[in-house]
Write a protein that binds this ligand. Structure first.
Ligand code: IPE
Ligand code: IPE
Ligand code: MG
Ligand code: MG
Length: 329
């Protein structure tokens, strides 16, 4: 494993067998965005090479290897999901007005919005080329459906701002923007060989549940971590009026909190008021409650994985699943 992966998942020596395949995935990714055409492509190449946990391609490779997928289409599928992830990050940072990603300045903090959108689009097209390289129609179909789902989910979230958010809307939002990509990573890998529909269904369900947990933990880390560790801003969700699960649970318990109420009305809180609100949420018990919900999703994912063939890959998938709630970045 790369240094980054080793530090992020210190307990996952079970992932060692993936080292060679992951190196090949990195090569495929680097070939797609080699950075000689423009400074923006160079920035994209830098974003790809400067870290990232590579959760999605690892899940893809493990499911595919477990079910006996052919190597070349599987490597391309794994690279495609990581490239799609990269494209969504570029656009997400622009939408969120975020200045830091993977410890370096975001494209949107260095270039105009138009250039950033185009760089993201470029990554989307490269992801599409990679998935076409698999030659697997069901996987290509799932890939395009996933893209639609992610974009539709973000659009729905943008347009519903102003309504008082609830848990159901939150879960629908994270299912669309994050869990669908994990579902693609696992499900498309299962589609690369003619297996029974049951395996595809189980792989998709596994990916979806792990993805739900992954986003909940990301939302908790936005309250608890530090930019140096996370490589991206902290406290950013609440500061920009985005209510995630810890804040929603707090709102349910304290519906009259004037500061949170102000945020739900689109007001920007002054720094000290925001700090106090963050502190109230952090000491309210909703972070632990959110992590409990993440663990429930992991258990649901592992139940789907019960049907996977007993194998080292299945053990690695189980360890990877638990690492989602234990991670610090
Ligand atoms: C960030 O994903 C976006 C979310 C879905 C929360 P990761 O936390 O996997 O980002 P990298 O790839 O490791 O940088
Ligand atoms: C995930 O949500 C965004 C995508 C699916 C691209 P966040 O907005 O919380 O992700 P980060 O925190 O910026 O990585
Ligand atoms: Mg963001
Ligand atoms: Mg986040």
């Amino acid at each position: 494993m790369s240094d980054t992966t080793a530090t992020t998942f210190p307990v996952l020596s079970v992932l060692d067998p993936l080292e060679f395949s992951m190196q090949q995935v990195e090569k495929i990714l680097a070939c797609q965005v080699d950075g000689w055409r423009s400074p923006l492509e160079a920035a994209l190449a830098n974003l790809i090479s400067c870290g990232g946990k590579r959760m999605r391609p690892m899940i893809c490779l493990l499911v595919g290897n477990m079910l006996g997928a052919e190597s070349n289409p599987l490597l391309h599928m794994a690279a495609a999901v990581e490239m799609l992830h990269t494209a969504t990050l570029v656009h997400d940072d622009l939408v969120d007005g975020s200045a830091l990603r993977r410890g370096i300045r975001t494209l949107n903090s260095r270039w105009p919005a138009a250039a950033t959108v185009l760089a993201g689009d470029y990554a989307f097209t490269q992801a599409a080329r990679l998935v076409l390289g698999t030659g697997c129609m069901p996987a290509i179909d799932l890939f395009t459906a996933t893209m639609s789902c992610m974009v539709a989910g973000e659009l729905a979230h943008l347009t519903q701002q102003g309504d008082l958010p609830g848990q159901e809307a939150y879960f629908n939002w994270i299912r669309a923007k994050t869990a669908s990509l994990f579902e693609l990573a696992a499900g498309a890998a299962a589609m690369l060989r003619p297996v029974d529909a049951g395996s595809v269904w189980a792989a998709r369900l596994f990916g979806e549940k792990i993805g739900m947990a992954f986003q909940i933990v990301d939302d908790v880390l936005d309250f608890t971590s530090h930019p140096n560790e996370l490589g991206k801003p902290v406290g950013h969700d609440l500061a920009t009026g985005v209510l995630t699960l810890p804040a929603l649970l707090y709102l349910e318990a304290h519906p009259a909190d004037p500061d949170l109420h102000a945020i739900t009305c689109g007001e920007k809180l002054p720094g000290p008021a925001l700090d106090h609100l963050l502190a109230r949420i952090c000491t309210s018990g909703t972070l632990a409650a959110s992590l409990d919900m993440a663990r429930t999703f992991i258990r649901e994912g592992l139940k789907a994985a019960d049907t996977f063939p007993e194998s080292p890959e299945r053990s690695a998938l189980e360890a990877l699943a638990w690492s989602v709630v234990e991670r610090k970045k």
